[in-house]
Write a protein that binds this ligand. Structure first.
Ligand SMILES: Nc1ncnc2c1ncn2[C@@H]1O[C@H](COP(=O)(O)OP(=O)(O)OP(=O)(O)O)[C@@H](O)[C@H]1O
Length: 346
């Protein structure tokens, strides 16, 4: 029950934007569609809303096919990147739109507007003009407007993308709480990993019109289904390993893995999965040594690329070092694997 997307395809002329996608969103569940630009996320959301006719397949709500059901009769609420508030109405006028369309009394509308503005943290904003709101406030009003109509499903298309990074991170947490608190059923399109992982119960990774994997964030992070998903989730190095007893052994050493898997496997390493530490030649040479070939200062760490003399086949491998003791260019460093940045592929 809930929302079901079944064998959905949408073509634009010769462009297959969405190709045979299956996905279900249970009542009260938040699912994020995550993928690079042009992979078909927005088209899929628009097809669910009824704004884009499917070439094949369809969308069901609680088992009933929505094929012939017009956009405004689907009972879905939409929020876009730029809010699209009605400029000639104040905040209350925008938020009351849904309840007014459904014939709610004036008193009930006022009550509902107060409730949802409170929910999005904008109590008292009723009479504000939409042109005088900050970007973050405008998006919260857009969300309030969608929520006020008591939608069966919220469809959010990059709801925070127009905001600056700090505000985006802050509002993602607010939105996650809000969706959870309202037990909302939602499908959220985003190209931002952190946003998807913050908001969603499950994340669907899309590429070229298809869904590659749908899983809970923690599972997706530790067990990407294949190398493409792993690369998309930031694994810049893939290397073979022997896995057993909760340990993976590879050319860069040993690391704890949560995998039940045993035998030959593939590890995906994010830069945070490999730490580069100076040893200055004072101590005995460590087991796994890298030579720094590139270094870039990032906000809270130094990103280095190293070559590993004992595993030249890996080429340059990304690793992280501490800001306050960052190795120099060409310096030899001790390498160790950090389980937080290591995924078991497949
Ligand atoms: N109205 C349209 N007419 C023709 N082609 C379209 C149309 N809308 C989208 N496309 C094409 O369909 C594909 C998927 O586009 P879509 O906007 O769904 O991707 P997206 O993943 O949402 O990308 P972004 O993150 O950049 O918004 C792209 O190749 C795009 O160029």
């Amino acid at each position: 029950m809930g929302l079901e997307i079944r064998d959905l395809s949408v073509r634009f002329g010769s462009v297959p934007a969405v190709s045979g996608v299956n996905l279900s969103v249970a009542a009260g569940e938040v699912v994020a569609l995550l993928g690079p630009s042009g992979c078909g996320k927005s088209t899929m959301l628009r097809a669910v809303a009824g704004l884009e006719p499917p070439t094949a397949g369809g969308v069901l709500w609680n088992g009933a096919d929505l094929g012939g059901v017009a956009v405004h009769r689907r009972g879905f609420g939409m929020v876009f990147q730029d809010g699209q508030l009605f400029p000639h109405r104040d905040v209350a006028g925008n938020v009351a739109f849904g309840p007014r369309m459904r014939g709610a009394s004036k008193a009930r509308r006022r009550e509902r507007v107060g409730e949802v503005l409170e929910l999005v943290g904008l109590a008292g904003y009723e009479r504000r003009r939409t042109t005088e709101l900050s970007g973050g406030e405008a998006q919260r009003v857009a969300l309030a407007r969608a929520l006020a109509a008591d939608p069966r499903v919220l469809l959010l298309d990059e709801p925070l993308a127009a905001l600056d990074r700090a505000l985006r991170e802050q509002l993602a947490v607010v939105l996650a709480e809000l969706l959870g608190g309202a037990a909302a059923t939602a499908l959220v399109v985003t190209h931002d990993h952190d946003e998807a992982f913050t908001l969603a119960d499950r994340v669907a990774v899309m590429s070229r019109g298809r869904i590659l994997q749908v899983d809970a964030p923690s599972r997706l992070w530790k067990h990407p289904a294949d190398e493409e998903v792993a690369a998309f989730l930031g694994c810049s190095t893939v290397l073979s390993a022997r896995i057993g007893d909760g340990l993976a052994r590879c050319a860069l050493g040993e690391v704890a893995v949560p995998s039940e898997a045993a035998g030959a496997g593939l590890l995906g390493l994010r830069a945070t999965g490999l730490r580069a530490v100076r040893f200055g030649g004072v101590e005995e040479e460590p087991e796994v040594v890298g030579v720094v070939r590139e270094r870039v200062h990032r906000h809270d760490h130094v990103r280095v690329a190293v070559t590993v003399p004992q595993a030249p086949e890996l080429g340059r491998v990304e690793a992280t070092a501490r800001v306050d003791d960052a190795p120099e260019y060409e310096e030899k460093v001790r390498l160790w694997l950090n389980p937080d940045g290591v995924a078991v592929i497949g």
